[in-house]
Design a protein around this ligand. Sequence first.
Ligand code: SF4
Length: 351
Amino acid sequence: MQWYAQNGRDLPWRKTADPYAVWVSEIILQQTRVNQGMQYYYNFLSKFPTVSHLAHAEPDQLLKVWEGLGYYSRAINMQKSAAIIFQNYGANSPTTYEEWLELPGVGPYTAAAIVSAAFNHPVAAIDTNGYRVISRLFAVNSDIPEAQRKKRVQSIADSLLDLANPGQFNQALMDFGAMVCRPKNPLCTQCIFGSDCVAFQQGATDKYPQKTRQSNIRKRFFYYFKILLVDNCGNEKLLVCQRQKPDIWRYLYELPMIEADKECSIDEIMQLTQKSEWVGLLPFLDMGVFGKPIRHKLTHQLLEARLIMGKLPHSDLAKVTNPFCWVTFEAFELLPKHRLISKLMSNKRGD
Ligand code: SF4
C-alpha cells in the first residue's frame, strides 16, 4: 500500500466510486491495455452516461462505440446486464458481490473489483497481474491442478487484503504486477519483496505462474466480395451484410463472404459461392481479380482474408433480403465493423 501511494497509476476510473463507471472500466480493460482502453472509456461514458442510457441504446450505436476494441460480446453482455439492472434496481445498481456475479459477462474478478472499488466491500480482486505477483511471492505450487492453484492464490490474497481499503489494495496489487512484477523481466533487484519472494530466491520467477496450455490456433480463410452497383439515382452502392451466427464479430457489418478451411483458387471459391445466400446475383456479376491476402490474428484464430471485386450491371438485379442490404460508402462508414473489414477496404496490410 505504501508502494502504491507513491507509484500507483493515475487512472480516471479510480477517481470515482460510481459503480457504473467502475463496471464500464473493468469490462473495457478485460483483454485490453490501459492506454488503448482509456479513450474508449471516455467515449463510452459520454455516449452512455448511465445504466438507463446503455439499456436503451441502439445496438448498432453501442457496437460503433466499441468498434476496434474486439471481443464484441463484452458490449452485448453489458447491454443485457444494463437492462437487468434497470429493471431490477431502477436508478440504483447491485451492491453485493453475489448480485454482480449474476449479470451476464461479469465474472469473479470483475464483481470483486466493482464492489471493492465502489462499495469498499472486502473482496480480493485477482486479475492476471495480481495472480502473477501472488504466484511468485508464495511460489504457488505448479504441480497442482489449475483450479486448485486459482483457489490457493485467491485465499492468499483474501488473507492479505487490507480490510479498511480493499479497493486500493486490489488496485495496488494490479499496478505492482503491471509495473514491477512484470510477465517478462520482472524488476526483482529493485523489488520491495525481494528477500521474501520465494520465486526470486529460487531463481525461478519464469516458472510462476505456470502457463496454461495454449489451445490450438484455428486457421480460417475468408473471401470477401466487394460488390458494387450504381442505382437509378446515380449513387454508387455496396452490398453489405450483418453477421448473424454465434461466431466472432456477431452483429457487426461486413461484406458478403465465403469461408473455407484452406486457401482456394478462384474456381473453388466460385463453387463455394453456389451455397451462398446471395447466389442469385452471381450470374450477373462482372467479377474482378483477387486482392492481396491480409492476415489478421485473434487470440485463438489466424484469419487470412482476400477481397474479390464484383460489379452488377443493372440496379434492377439488385434485390437482396435481410441480413444483406445495399448502402452508400458514407452509410457503410457509420455502421459498426470489425477491424479486418476496415483493413481490407482500405487495403492496408498487417495486424
Ligand atoms: Fe515479482 Fe521479482 Fe518482486 Fe518476486 S521479487 S514479487 S518475482 S518482482
